[in-house]
Design a binder for this molecule. Sequence first.
Ligand SMILES: [Zn+2]
Length: 785
Amino acid sequence: MKDGVDGVQLLDVYDLLPFDNPDGGPWKQGFEITYKGDEWSEQPLELFLIPHSHNDPGWIKTFDAYYHDQTRHILDNMVVKLSEDSRRKLIWAEISYFSKWWNDIDDQKRAAVKRYLQAGQLELVTGGWVMPDEANSHYFAMLDQLMEGHQWLQKHLGVKPRSGWAIDPFGHSPSMAYLLKGAGLHNMLIQRVHYSIKKHFAQQQTLEFLWRQSWDSSSRSDITCHMMPFYSYDVPHTCGPNPAVCCQFDFQRLPGRRTFCPWKIPPKPITDQNVQERALLLLDQYRQKSRLFRSSVLLVPLGDDFRYVESSEWDVQFNNYQKLFDYFNQHPELHIKARFGTLSDYFQALHQRLSTTRTTLPKLRGDFFSYADRDDHYWTGYFTSRPFYKRLDRKLEATLRYHRSVDGRLAENFPAREYFQWLTTGRRNLALFQHHDAVAGTEREHVVVDYGTRLFQSILNLHQVLQSSAHWLLLLDKSQYHHDQSKPFLQMDEVISAQDALPQKTTLSLSLEPRSLIIFNPTEQLRTSVISVVVDSPDARVVDAETGRQMAAQISAVWAEPNQPSTDTFQVRTSSLIRLLITAVCFNFLFSHSKSSGSTPRARYTVHRRGNPPDIHTEHFQVSSLQGSEADAPLSLSNKHVQIWSSPETGLLEVRIFKSGLVRKIQVQFLWYGTRTGSRDKSGAYLFLPADEGAQLYTSSEPPLVRVSRGPIFSDITSHFPHFTHTVRLFHLDGHAGKSLEISNLVDIRSQVNRELVMKIVSDVASGNRFYSDLNGFQISNVDV
Ligand SMILES: [Zn+2]
């Protein structure tokens, strides 16, 4: 890695690396580290051993179960054990747990916590509600969980986190670095990075760097980042390169205790007799690790998942290490100053040392995806695990965002007090779901049901708040506002009946009396949008409430089955320029039943299935079936920007985009991935391990039923396959809607085991091998593949 003026693009590093996997000896994924022994004569090794306990807010157990069984005991013990020796320290990251515990403890314990914070024995690191997933989470939710934690800390403890701690998210995003910097943090630590990158960075002594945003030409976004060099954050993989040695210094693994060393050499309690031998063995690991960094200040974590539950664990770890530290400190010829520290203790000493030795850190741009921990175990399976809940996450996020745009417009006298709790709970449930085993989809079944129930409940509650807020905004005379929970003034157009249910459209009953529809535009711009409403009559009419003018609209069938339109529900789609929410009365539409002239045009349908033409009966729509040679011709739709057509045989789409005479071709394909055979490792929630033959074209036993609908507002082609329904829609409108294609898939592969379905878009865009992908909806990353 070059340390040029402009910093380093991680992309260049990808080009450099062979991504081979040679056996590095004791440090399997690294190399042999050597030292002479006099490297620390002038600048002693300054060791900070950082006790930590990684508490997942839900994974194998739910958030509440972990809290009850483990977390509260860890924090209760902390209050006692930190008081026994002022040299003891602990860092804590997850404010979701910390705040829950805070509610349960008395004033005496609270006072102790404040003393420890003041004395620097306890540090709250990152200060987020959770340690978020950095791949699936949207930046809005990443920021919200950070704000939720920081505001809690500000309000209850008056502290501001300075250093970030992310030891378990499965790959790291520069968006997180940006948010941490913006939240006032100066330093951060990351752990799960591809082993080849770690090795390369270790060789170049670039494991500590200034992480800079890809668009930033200044140092404004720079944040000091420490990348842990080895395989894991547990004790065997943090004291130095040799896990068999380091494991002997995890005193929770002493014989007779809860866990053991898989390298078969157990730890020994430190005694006067063995302290020299033990101290020198450990010092060798520390020295080797230190050679991977530019400064001689050394960070070594001491902890693991849910550590320090029992009071005796505190005793064995802290007492044995204190004996080792005492030995080091009594032997100046060893040139090591060792102590327990917090994360900020370490970074403070690091910055001091860098400045006295005039050492600079390299700058780095880029992201740390995809993560592999060993061999070809790429942790990309979690990008698509539990997609249903990933969608529910975005739904709650969007609902909270609507509130942001409404809140500012509500006058002070809006009776919102009772809603405040719902908004807080909604934000905290969304924040909890950003955890790296929640939105990632790597949690157990009963745990995802717990998260899903929280998300679902919050969506329901926030819908009620939205209904009331919109009602309030619409009233010219606010004194007329009243709220009856059982009879809300407004109904939502979409309802969800359970945490695992798909949303259902509300059917609007029409009569000769007009019904009004309020369209909510949460953005701060005028926008033209197509509005879709389900009604109980095919003779609906849409009128602009302000002008009384009839709106262009289209009536389409609601399909109960692929070849069976519903007889009592119909879809009305109209398009309109939607104004801002504040001009509430302007976006009224009246829907009414009308048999008279001027009724709304209906969509016309063409259906086809090769070899087995479907038989469709409907009194409300014109449906024709393709016959003879007609049946072999591609089905085509177009507007002035785009032409799409579908092969009657495959049911799949080809798209042609006309732009200043330029024609681009795009083809949609569906493929199956199987998983590896003959190996224990399979694709799962975490890993994507496809079968050797790679992706196979999707085929089905019977040809698809293809249905084309044509109308004045939109036209679409829908293809029904046994495992999914694929729709491509074209709008006959100006603006962005007319230039874009809407693609939607309804997938049900619950009957399949170890198979994954993918939609692939093949285009003639000459992008070479460069792969562009999104980072948290905030920025784009690109890599050569
Ligand atoms: Zn974790």
